[in-house]
Design a protein around this ligand. Structure first.
Ligand code: KMH
Ligand code: ZN
Length: 271
């Protein structure tokens, strides 16, 4: 079994200080939280940005500042930018920061009801983001909220718009998307091409059970305040690092070693 990669999704676009005081907003706070997650065992950080008042943002200047702080602190972690941003953002807003050439960036391969909203990803929008990722040599992580999104990613491969076999992240248990049981995850795994890597991000109460299942069956795991605020029922996590630490403990108990950064680069076929 491959060593385990843990992605820390540290702020997202939908979690605010009114939900938890522990969500980072500024580049300084994002960098400090990333370092705590790295120290707890994270291999990759999934980044969204926030303006000073907490408003979701995809401004390249904020991404650049956060990356510069991580580099200055010699934090050796893979950096993944969101291209999902927040519901309602344009493709131009969502994809601008790809010019900074992060290690990876997300690519959601379909539209999905997102709470009471719609997270819109029409085929032309998906192709435009994929093309910009290819332009800057940024590897996509296929963000799949439903099984049809796996099929859509495979179609992009067939059409030569993205490279096979790819890395997939299954986001499960969000109202409007695919459910968060191990049966849902096990079905999705059957759809992947030979050699693909995958992780799972369980939303809310699905986070840790799906993490434990992924550890057992050879997948990888994403956790963090973007997906779940609680480290135990009713107990707010003091940061995404506590959720990363909980996954690291599950992995240790299961006898699954954590990936080094160079192992993660090799598994993900990053340069
Ligand atoms: N905030 C959601 C609308 C991604 O990062 O690529 C989209 C999202 C997915 O979080
Ligand atoms: Zn995200």
């Amino acid at each position: 079994m491959q060593p385990l990669m843990i992605t820390a999704a540290i702020c997202g676009a939908e979690v605010f200080r009114t939900d938890t005081p522990h969500v980072p907003y500024s580049p300084q706070e994002l960098a400090e939280e990333t370092i705590r997650c790295r120290n707890a065992g994270a291999t990759m950080v999934h980044l969204h940005m926030r303006e000073a008042d907490g408003a979701p943002s995809q401004r390249a200047e904020l991404f650049a500042e956060t990356v510069a702080l991580l580099k200055a602190a010699a934090c050796d972690i893979l950096i993944q930018f969101s291209t999902g941003g927040a519901v309602g953002m344009t493709v131009e807003q969502r994809a601008d920061a790809l010019k900074l050439k992060p290690d990876m960036a997300t690519l959601t391969t379909g539209s999905v009801n997102f709470g009471d909203d719609v997270f819109l990803n029409s085929p032309p929008m998906i192709r435009a983001i994929a093309a910009r990722q290819r332009q800057f040599g940024v590897k996509p992580e296929f963000e799949c909220f439903d099984s049809g999104m796996v099929d859509a990613a495979l179609r992009l491969m067939k059409d030569g718009l993205v490279d096979a076999p790819g890395h997939f992240n299954f986001v499960l248990g969000m109202p409007g998307g695919m459910g968060g049981t191990t049966a849902h995850l096990d079905f999705l795994r059957t759809l992947l091409p030979e050699g693909a890597t995958w992780s799972v991000a369980g939303i809310g109460r699905f986070e840790m059970p799906l993490a434990a299942h992924a550890i057992a069956v050879g997948g990888h795991v994403r956790v963090g305040l973007e997906d779940n605020l609680y480290v135990q029922k009713g107990v707010l996590a003091r940061g995404s690092y506590e959720l990363v630490a909980a996954v690291a403990t599950l992995a240790r108990d299961a006898g699954r070693p954590l990936a080094t950064i160079s192992q993660a680069r090799a598994m993900l076929r990053l340069a």
